[in-house]
Design a protein. Structure first.
Length: 287
């Protein structure tokens, strides 16, 4: 073990691989087992891509309506946050698009950024103002929203400045949410009750240099978060236990591949990967 990898989470001699390049600003990484590859977004290019081992990158959706974060629901259907339309959508098995959320109490959402799905089917997403001009705002705050399995959009937390990445712990008893406002640059941790009410919300870690944009947890509850110089791995106590330097500032990451042990990293113009000894959380999703 080294200072770079105190917890022995990386294969000895593991090297970061550049899988593809020449993009504009990558985001929204999610592994889809059924499709055998990684879906990701290029936000300003208005495209979504699918990368498969041995095949490389193909265009998955164009226009993507400036898609950002992506996730899978409990049936393996792709959920996407669209900046251009200010909504969260679901791609059905036949390729059609269903709008899940585009307004709250009659007012258009800001700019849905990232999304996760709980095992009970509830959909959680952040709604900062990154994708719109100030005069376009209709909602007074930047909220963490929860969409119930049967519909019904609710504010889950309202005290963020710029909520961004989010991820549940393995048992879903905790929810981690990043706030990328310059005056915060931290990750918060909430308790999740049986009724999905949140408690706590204390600062779990302050990220410097850079900010925590996208984040994922592994099966042992460690937090893998993007930061200015690469990926930081934090123990459940908030201690940095590993670092993965990346030549470009990353915006998101996801576990995938065999055993969910490869970390895929979306970093500005490039898509990267590194093999780990950790495992992503297996949610039992068909995708």
């Amino acid at each position: 073990m080294t200072e770079r990898d105190k917890a022995g989470l990386l294969h000895p001699g593991a090297a970061l691989r550049r899988l593809a390049g020449s993009f504009q600003f990558l985001e929204g990484t999610v592994w889809h087992c059924r499709w055998g590859g990684l879906v990701f977004s290029d936000v300003p290019a208005d495209k979504m891509y699918l990368w498969r081992p041995g095949e490389g990158v193909t265009i998955f959706r164009q226009p993507s309506r400036h898609a950002n974060g992506n996730a899978l629901d409990r049936h393996g259907r792709l959920l996407t946050c669209e900046h251009g339309t200010r909504r969260v959508v679901r791609q059905e098995d036949d390729g059609t698009i269903t709008v899940l959320a585009d307004s709250f109490l009659g007012r258009r959402l800001n700019s849905p950024n990232d999304v996760v799905v709980k095992r009970d089917g509830s959909i959680w997403f952040t709604d900062p103002p990154y994708g719109i001009a100030p005069e376009q705002r209709e909602i007074p705050g930047n909220y963490l929203f929860r969409l119930g399995p049967e519909g019904g959009l609710e504010i889950a937390a309202d005290d963020f400045i710029k909520p961004n990445g989010l991820c549940f712990s393995p048992g879903e008893g905790m929810l981690y949410v990043s706030d990328t406002a310059d005056e915060r640059r931290h990750i918060r941790r909430f308790g999740v009750g049986k009724d999905n009410a949140l408690s706590g919300g204390e600062v779990f870690a302050v990220i410097s240099p850079g900010k925590s944009d996208g984040l994922r947890l592994d099966s042992e509850g460690r937090v893998w978060t993007t930061a200015g110089e690469g990926i930081l791995v934090l123990s459940p106590a908030g201690e940095i236990v590993a670092r993965v330097p990346v030549p470009e500032a990353p915006a998101n990451c996801a576990f995938g591949g065999p055993g969910l042990s490869t970390l895929y990293i979306a970093a500005r113009t490039g898509l990267y990967a590194i093999d780990t000894l950790a495992r992503g959380i297996d949610t039992g999703t068909p995708g």
